[in-house]
Write a new protein. Structure first.
Length: 245
């Protein structure tokens, strides 16, 4: 079997990745900087920032390409992608000159769930969704590749990452921590602190949430009453009291 990840990262690729780093505040990947990492419930922090190259699930087929089957991907074939993590946010740049954005939705043990969106050079919109798994200073991506043109394949990649650290940020806050919402109105609530990933829930029925994950949610008035909005992050939580008039 051929060894994977053997494609050299040539000078042009290095220059492109450097240009990306200059343009992104997320280029800080020090594992001691809790603004650039996420942690599991045990408080272990992970930074999945890396230059990812082909892994192809350990197969010889498609060797050197990130997308499998390689001959089905539209546009210029991908051979590497630089991914930069800042908190739960992800930004990427590939050898074809395309930008990618996404987020980590959660992490359990050493594996993070993530998704990213971008385009091929042929103009097809793409969603990459799957996992990043850490082991021995390596992050392995195993994900689906879904193109708007109908092609559904796999995305396999591996990169060298920093060692895990310990989350020193122990508390999570929610703003505002109380609100009165009139009929037909909505209010945005924002979380900060914790491990960088957030899960929202509410106990009442006088309103609805725009979602259950992310750093912000919108609470919309439905009927009169009271409610309690709670956000959880890294085993910590904070609450806001809501009055629906």
């Amino acid at each position: 079997m051929k060894p994977t990840c053997r494609q050299p990262f040539h000078a042009a690729a290095a220059a492109l990745a450097a240009a990306l780093c200059l343009g992104l505040s997320a280029c800080e990947t020090d594992s001691t900087n809790t603004s650039s990492v996420v942690s599991n419930n045990a408080g272990t922090t992970y930074d999945f920032s890396a230059l990812y190259r082909a892994n192809n699930g350990g197969t010889d087929e498609g060797d050197g390409y990130l997308v499998y089957p390689a001959d089905r991907q539209s546009g210029q074939k991908l051979t590497w992608m630089r991914i930069i993590q800042n908190g739960s946010s992800l930004q990427g740049f590939d050898n074809a000159g395309q930008n990618w954005t996404g987020a980590i939705s959660g992490i359990a043990d050493t594996t993070a769930r993530f998704s990213m969106e971008g385009r091929t050079t042929a103009g097809a919109s793409v969603t990459i969704a799957g996992t990043m798994s850490y082991a021995d200073q390596q992050s392995t991506i195993s994900a689906s590749w879904l193109e708007s043109g109908g092609f559904s394949g796999s995305f396999f990649a591996v990169g060298t990452v920093s060692s895990p650290g310990t989350n020193t940020q122990s508390s999570v806050t929610i703003s505002p921590n109380s609100a009165t919402i009139s009929s037909g109105q909505a209010r945005t609530f924002t979380a900060s602190g914790g491990n960088g990933t957030y899960t929202w829930a509410h106990s009442g029925s006088c309103g609805t949430l725009s979602g259950s994950t992310g750093s912000s949610v919108v609470y919309t008035h439905v009927s009169s009453g009271t409610d309690t909005l709670t956000v959880n992050s890294g085993g910590k939580s904070a609450s806001a009291s809501i009055v629906c008039q």
